[in-house]
Design a protein around this ligand. Sequence first.
Ligand SMILES: Cc1cc2nc3c(=O)[nH]c(=O)nc-3n(C[C@H](O)[C@H](O)[C@H](O)COP(=O)(O)O)c2cc1C
Length: 488
Amino acid sequence: MARFFKYKTPEALSEDARNRGLEIRIQNDFEPLTRPVQVGNRIVGNRLAIQPMEGCDGDLDGRAGPLTLRRYQRFGSGGAKLIWVEACAVVPEGRANPRQLMISPAHVESLRAILDTIRQAHREAFGRDDDLLVGLQLTHSGRYSYKKPILAQHHPLLDARTYLDKATGRLVRPSDPLISDEELDRLQLHYTTAALLAYRIGFDFVDLKQCHGYLLNELLGARGRPGKYGGTFFNRTRFIRDVVMRIRREKPDALIATRLNLSDGLPYRHGGPDDQGIPEDYQSPYLCAWGVDESNPLKMDFDEPLELIAQLRELGVGLVNVTLGNPYANPHWGRPFEFPPTDGYESPEHPLEGVARHLVAAATVQRAFPDLALVGTGYSWLQEFAFHVGAAQVAAGDVTFMGYGRGALAQPDFAARILAGKPLERKRICRTFSYCTGLMRSKNNQYGQFPSGCPPFDKEVYGPIWDQAEFNPDRNRRTERPATVAAP
Ligand SMILES: Cc1cc2nc3c(=O)[nH]c(=O)nc-3n(C[C@H](O)[C@H](O)[C@H](O)COP(=O)(O)O)c2cc1C
């Protein structure tokens, strides 16, 4: 059934990469992944991280639900020593869906329950948790806020896809207001208060999320925005610098992290042969994205992201998680996939290209800042050979942590197996068939949002949920995808 992933050995994968002009190194010895490493004033027990993965399974007030706690129980007992808790909205109008987690004094118990669940599960499985680092991602969904888009800038390509009002089909127009400078000033306070609250609850770090097209990411690319948060590099990066400084003033020893897009790329759309994505037409200079060459936004340009990381390090940011793209606009960049979610286009490139793009992005940052604690992204498509690649990258000093996303939903105990020298269980290896993203896009229940998880490999819980979901391919078939997935 696989279309792209046809490798029997890690060597075959690496050779195919080489034939495509890509460098994807592998090694069979996973020892580098077992090495402890210092992050801030903590020693973290190994190099395996679980990426932030929204479960869309909170209650309508933004509190953790039973499925949320179940996910974190599984992650906690899984063996990764860096657990990055999912996007949590700092204000209600910044939620991406009606079940996204929130942070405020009213959410302390919910967040504490998540943290306690992780730590307890980890202690029960491994006898200690002093070498486990757990952080919380703070977000504002900006253009992708579900109640109403909140725009950092007008975007020549994304506005035409952004509904101001879904019910009437009214799209964003150039005359619609942007979030004002005064509102951004106030939002700085919300981020600061939320961060301090997260530390009080006991999280080891907070992540100021600047990726995947959400508000703080859009701000970074907002060259056309007037006022003090737009235009120059200094203005576009003012918000993040100010928030880091505010947190630092209140809590000088705090570990501050950021998940940062190194490049936004260009939006794609349906329309290629066999429904492959094709890049949108754009006008040059392209002045609305971050980390791209303004004369050709398909080309990454890391100059500004590297400069921002240098400045944030000076201000005390101690942990950076690098990522790419926008899941709504160019999903093959962020999550290289075998099959798209059913509303998505087919991959316009071999997914190895997408994986290599992530590896290059992470290595560029790590080589520029060798002592920065850095998490790399985009390994799940590599299936059982992800860890051969992660180990080679850690060994080469091209990344500090290997961050595992979709694969951790399929096999949350991946780290325990790898550390014990066992291969992944073949029957539960993520095949990147995008069921998890399909569930995120499914809104047709009484909550206006389905929970996300792994229907094929966490079947007992997510199988029945998938059966009801809007983007179940049996209801809405565009691609020939297996309804259930068997390991090859
Ligand atoms: C269901 C789902 C939920 C996600 N939620 C988040 C999130 O809350 N925050 C975030 O930064 N990225 C989120 N991501 C992106 C992942 O963290 C990760 O970057 C992406 O899946 C690529 O890594 P992988 O190849 O290991 O899956 C999500 C991805 C999926 C599929």
